[in-house]
Design a protein around this ligand. Structure first.
Ligand code: XMP
Length: 187
């Protein structure tokens, strides 16, 4: 913890404030993972799909709170292209989708913002033959979506600010911060 304090101090102007602490995140994950298990724990074939790269840390912690023989898959998508705002275009960076035919699928992402990414991924997975698809996000921004899309499970609702840490990045950095913080925007 001390080291991370130094890291943030060293980065001084990068994090404006810590929004959700590591302790708060992990406590909330206990609750949400239990809710997912209550709904899907007896599924014969459960697939968890992590949206790369933002969901990496979230899925690592969530999946270890889901004590069933689930299958983990990844889908590589990009919509921010490194900046502070969605480009409005969701790019699928892999050649195809994982094999989800006839399976129950939970898509996990770091954040629901415009909703475009989750909407596009849910559609692709249904088209790929999934029996049913749920969505679970660490964060959901309180804002109007560009498409009709809300997650089945939301760990935290936040204001419409650009955040980093716990998987979320700015220009590829800060994913390894153990908490979620608001990025200081420099003009
Ligand atoms: P959409 O707009 O498609 O966004 O719902 C989903 C993807 O956009 C990225 N995103 C963010 N990344 N801080 C980030 O580091 C943010 O505040 C933020 N808002 C959206 C993220 O990759 C997410 O999967």
């Amino acid at each position: 913890m001390v080291l991370w304090g130094v890291f943030v101090l060293g980065m001084e102007s990068v994090i404006e404030r810590v929004l959700i602490t590591e302790e708060e995140i992990l406590a909330r994950l206990d609750v949400v993972a239990a809710e997912v298990m209550a709904e899907l724990g007896d599924a014969e074939e459960l697939v968890v799909v992590a949206l790369l790269k933002g969901a990496l840390v979230f899925v690592a912690d969530m999946s270890r709170r889901m004590p069933v023989p689930l299958v983990m898959e990844c889908v590589n998508v990009a919509s921010y292209h490194g900046g502070l705002e969605s480009s409005g275009e969701v790019k699928f960076l892999d050649a195809g989708m994982p094999d989800v035919r006839g399976k129950k699928v939970v898509v996990m992402d770091d954040i629901l913002d415009t909703g475009l990414t989750m909407h596009a991924v849910l559609r692709e997975l249904m088209e790929a033959g999934a029996e049913r698809v749920w969505s679970c996000v660490l964060l959901s921004k309180r804002k109007e979506r560009a498409v009709e899309c809300e997650a089945d499970w939301v760990c935290f609702e936040i204001d419409d600010e650009f955040v980093v840490g716990y998987g979320l990045d700015f220009e590829g950095r800060y994913r390894n911060l153990p908490y979620v913080g608001v990025l200081r925007i420099k003009n």
